[in-house]
Design a protein around this ligand. Sequence first.
Ligand SMILES: C[S@@+](CC[C@H](N)C(=O)[O-])C[C@H]1O[C@@H](n2cnc3c(N)ncnc32)[C@H](O)[C@@H]1O
Length: 276
Amino acid sequence: MAVPLAEDPERIEVDLLLEAVYRRYAYDFRGYARSSLRRRLWRRAHEEQVATLSALQERVLHDPLVMERLLRDLSINVTEMFRDPNFFKALREKVVPILRTYPYVRVWNAGCSTGEETFSLAIVLAEEGLLDRSRIYATDINDDVLARARSGRFPLEKMKRYTENYVRAGGTGDFSRYYSVQGNEAVFAPSLVNGAVFAPHNLAQDGSFNEFQLVVCRNVLIYFGRPLQERVHDLFLDSLARFGVLALGHKESVIPSHEERYEVLDPMEKLYRRSR
Ligand SMILES: C[S@@+](CC[C@H](N)C(=O)[O-])C[C@H]1O[C@@H](n2cnc3c(N)ncnc32)[C@H](O)[C@@H]1O
């Protein structure tokens, strides 16, 4: 007698592996968008030389080093300084005037990766005379990238591109005054992030921790499935001061159920102002 087949086995394996990761290590990837997740799980399976995702699950459950490697695969840390220069230009032109109206500015840079975005934000605030009365909270799920962000050290070879981005973003000064050269690294002035806090925060699991005038979360939500995106959008709404600004990545938008809570400041650069 043929046994009836219900669900696709690979789908079950992905679910079980993510459940195992969550229950054993408390990292919750269950709500991440499936197609990119699946590719990354398979890449780790091949690297660990196992033939199925069930076998990968067994390795992950019993060997924390395999989990560390998987964690690296699952957190995509691609970033750059003044990424999408037009975004930073719009930030200067449309958001800075709003921030000026507050006596003190708290900025949450969620999913800050290795810190290039945080330093870019700090440079804009410094040039607009706001850095002294601002505090940036830069958070990420991944401790390794946070340590790199804190160090303010970026590859020297990237400075040509970052200088071009800075100029296209409306930067008027000499970009090289922000860093000194040590070997093959550009070491950014610690004064840019003196008041900043770099701390772990998991958007999938942690709650709101302050009230912010600006929340910048770019190129993070694209990796999340819909229910997780909704959770994070609720979190941002809970964390934004009234009339505070939410900045998302080019491929991200406010969810339909929150649209009436925001005024769109810039539809291309995904800048939204909380209206109530
Ligand atoms: C592609 S990078 C984006 C970096 C930067 N925001 C930018 O746009 O250049 C995505 C970052 O989100 C972080 N991330 C992924 N899942 C997260 C979560 N659940 N909570 C917090 N950060 C997360 C990753 O570790 C990674 O550093």
